[in-house]
Write a protein that binds this ligand. Sequence first.
Ligand code: HEC
Ligand code: HEC
Length: 304
Amino acid sequence: MLEGTRPVSFAIVAILVIATLVWFVTRPHPLFAAGDSGLTPGDAERGRLVFAASGCASCHASPGQPDRLKLGGDLALASPYGSFRVPNISPDPQAGIGSWSVADLANALIAGVSPSGQHYYPVFPYASYTGMTFDDVRDLYAYLHTLRPVAERPQPHDIDPMFRIRRFVGFWKLLFFHEGRPEGNAIGDPMHDRGTYLVEALGHCAECHSSRNIFGAIKPKTRFAGGVSSEGVGFNPNITPEGIGSWSEQEIAEMLRSGRTPDHGYVGWSMADVVENTSELPESDRIAMARYLKSLPPRPTPRP
Ligand code: HEC
Ligand code: HEC
């Protein structure tokens, strides 16, 4: 009889150990404890520029109406995992994030963790926003609170049942998420370093201009070298010098202001919407972004 029970009890112990490990490695890591009041709101006018540079309206503005500051959400984001619905981030206390603290917003943007301690899906580009400074989060918070509350509630995500368990995002984070550590290095030139921050963290430009692996994470060798759009239609171009090496710094900055390209065309698709955001920034920020793009290593365009 002993011979029979030993393998069974071993299996139970093994399952418990594995379950404990899975539970442990996938746990969310908020930066601040719930209700932490250590962070105070910052400057709303500066926050307006953080909001523009980060392109929050591109996803969170209510679709089908012209007001980009009506942040009711509900835009459907198609993906290989199903359709995600963007939440309401207006200051409405029920439908939006009006009751959040600054710490809650910092946890969402920098750690990808919700106030109730759950992981967010990385379609919310926190893998880039994780490089955001606390001062920028504080300013952004102050700005968001100057906007109009919207009481509408977006529809729930319509995704594959397998991906509904948020805890599993913990595995993804373990493999692909570097909390608080943005890509790109500072080199001591203020213009270049500002550009690094704007392109890598706030502008999250790599989220569109790269190819992704089967887990939906950016393949490092294709960063900025282009990739199929997340909806699976069209190819987002290579913006390393391999793709736009012939554009001058001034020409890149001009495109980010007006959408006009050096060959006398205009960018379209989702990039036209990005330009709605970058056109709001001071010219020095557009030059900074251009300088950083020109400093990138040329990378071959991946095959779609
Ligand atoms: C590419 C589209 C996209 C962009 C750009 C984007 N978000 Fe989101 N955001 C999402 C999606 C999708 C979710 C829902 C994620 C989930 O359910 O796990 C989300 C979730 C959030 C949440 C959590 C809301 C809640 O009710 O729990 C906050 C707060 C938020 N975003 C703020 C911002 C801010 C501020 C910006 C700009 C700095 C921004 N987002 C930019 C798509 C985006
Ligand atoms: C939501 C996805 C998305 C984001 C985010 C995005 N882009 Fe784009 N970008 C595109 C698409 C799509 C095009 C192609 C537009 C076209 O062909 O009309 C494009 C085109 C470009 C081009 C022109 C390339 C060429 O060869 O014509 C440049 C330069 C560029 N983007 C830079 C940026 C920068 C800098 C950022 C970050 C501030 C950024 N993009 C963020 C989708 C995106």
